[in-house]
Ligand binder design. Structure first.
Ligand code: ATP
Length: 254
């Protein structure tokens, strides 16, 4: 993997009145990696992402995306990124084709709807209305919308929340495929198994500060080296394995 920085966040601060939502966060994301922002509810992950995406104003600090300074080149940055909003909701009565046409118009690009939909396994649903999709299909469609402008970086905010185990696994494959095709991925998730499987590196955010940043394996090894010993004996399978072996691994919401 190349080691070119594609996102640099330096001492980022965001205050909402007296709440220090982001309290001096710094990290670098390298081109081609899947980078995870992890942390408890309210830690400041979404605020950090939305500042990088220029959806919110920062209080102070520096953000550089794809070589552009956020302060002076927000428009250039917007052209380089694809943003999936948390629990995105679209015009429910429009079809997927109509929604894609609308997005393409907003981005001022010409796209092949079938091609975009097939990247997320929805190529047969172009004429379906958004409201007719299952939860997993809605998530996949929202990821498809991030790809319309052929971004260098996609931001996925809790993309698998609320999905069944099969749909989560299939979305992991989709996210790996997006990276495989050369796009850097920044993701937030509350599922640590997901972060461990998907992310090359993670930053753990707590009360607006980065308290750890490394590969999942390095963080786990560091914990073990500190003497950590898991109390409960670990079995060869867990309930999720039972669920998946009984119900199968394929998409269930077609
Ligand atoms: P979650 O995991 O629950 O999505 P998060 O890590 O993404 O949490 P943020 O949504 O960034 O956290 O919120 C960080 C802090 O900022 C929280 O205390 C939140 O209540 C506060 N906050 C977020 N948005 C606003 C806002 N628009 N006005 C005031 N406070 C806000």
């Amino acid at each position: 993997m190349s080691k070119n920085p594609i996102i640099e966040v330096k001492n980022l601060v965001k205050h909402y009145q007296d709440i220090k939502a982001v309290d001096g966060i710094s990290f670098t994301v390298f081109e081609g990696e899947i980078f995870g922002l992890l942390g408890p509810n309210g830690a400041g992950k979404t605020t950090t992402l939305e500042i990088i995406e220029s959806l919110r104003e920062k209080t102070s600090g520096e953000v550089i995306v794809a070589g552009y300074q956020l302060e002076s080149h927000a428009d250039e940055i917007k052209q380089q990124i694809g943003v999936q909003l948390q629990a995105a909701n679209y015009y429910p009565a429009l079809t997927l084709n109509e929604l894609l046409d609308m997005f393409a118009g907003l981005y001022n690009v010409v796209i092949d709807n079938h091609d975009i939909l097939s990247r997320v396994g929805l190529e047969t649903r172009g004429k379906a209305k958004y409201k007719e999709l299952s939860g997993g299909q809605k998530q996949r469609f929202s990821i498809a919308t991030t790809l319309i402008n052929q971004p260098k970086i996609v931001f996925l905010d809790e993309p698998t929340t609320g999905l069944d185990p099969q749909a989560r696994r299939n979305l992991w494959e989709l996210i790996k495929d997006i990276r495989q095709k050369g796009t850097t991925v920044v993701i937030t998730t509350h599922y640590m198994d997901e972060a461990e499987i998907l992310c090359d590196r993670v930053a753990i955010v707590e009360k607006g500060k980065v308290i750890a940043i490394d590969s999942p394996l390095a963080l786990i090894d560091k914990l073990i080296a500190s003497g950590f010993d898991r109390k409960k004996p670990v079995k060869q399978a867990n309930l999720e394995d039972v669920f998946l072996s009984l119900t199968g691994y394929e998409w269930r919401d077609e």
